[in-house]
Design a protein around this ligand. Sequence first.
Ligand code: FA5
Length: 340
Amino acid sequence: MLEEQIKQVQIAAQARIEDARSMEALEAVRVDVLGRKGSLAQFSKAFGKLAPEERAAAGKALNAAKEALESAFEERKRAFDTEALNARLKAEWIDLSLPAPGPRPGSLHPVTQVQMELEDLFTSLGFAVLDGPEVETEYHNFDALNIPATHPARDMQDTFWLTGGNLLRTHTSPVQVRGMERLGPPLRMIAPGRVFRNEEVDASHEHTFYQLEGMMVDRNVSVAHMLYFMKTLLSAIFRREVTVRLRPGYFPFVEPGFELDIQCLICGGPGCAVCKQSGWVELMPCGLVHPNVLRMSGIDPDEWGGFAFGLGLTRLAMMRYGIDDIRLFESGDLRFLRQF
Ligand code: FA5
């Protein structure tokens, strides 16, 4: 009688084990049937009331049912384990024999790209490309450019001074001086490079930025020559009409001096953070080289004359690529750099 009931429980449990679709469902069946309060444990309680020979037979049946069910559980559990392992192997499979992806190719910084285009252009026009030190002497950065220590124009460029009297160059103009000293007239040179100022940083002002100096010293050089080269420069970079304006500007190393502004290409004129709501961006101050500057570099101003300009290279790159914040250039942000 009891053996019959045990058999029934075993058959029902066997069916539930086969139907279990997850580890959790299987565990629930195990607790129901084999747990301390499970259906098989209930039978043991009834054993006390049985005659000894019946008890022996029922005990045997109960043990057999337990063993059969335990091995059914084990088997089903192994099947789940194998299934989980196969799924993981499939998901995490990698082919170790494939070649490594290799380093991601980099690209040139947008300022470098504009700089290289201008170097090509000016080389084709007979200009030498000169380099100068970023740590400059006070003489080359200021005095030789007609800005003695007492001159108020020193305040126009807030300077990082170094111990020992040198400084981080505030502009590329000292390379003009070095060019004149080393090469003498006639001279056609450009000098692209990094410059530094103790600036209040905003959308169009950085403490570290790039300029490109241009200089020509020859006989009978006029403002018309200067305008020709500056226009050629702008049309090479923009390859379309851009609106510029020329207005008087003061720099102690040129006379007359001018400021060449470009109509802001970020807003197109109505005003924005880059042009400080004016519609114009200061791009390229310029002028005819002051006789004192020629003289200090050993060139006779009665025989030779020249022009010079100081292009804001980083600002030019902003206008060229429509970049509305100069701080992006030195940010090192790869999301920005990968666009070029
Ligand atoms: C000069 O630096 C003169 N050396 C330029 C010059 C050369 C004049 C030769 C005459 C003859 P200025 O301080 O204006 O001038 O700077 C030149 C250009 O650099 C500016 O028109 C602007 O485009 C850029 N610039 C100046 N300050 C910053 C800054 N903080 N951040 C980014 N660009 C700047």
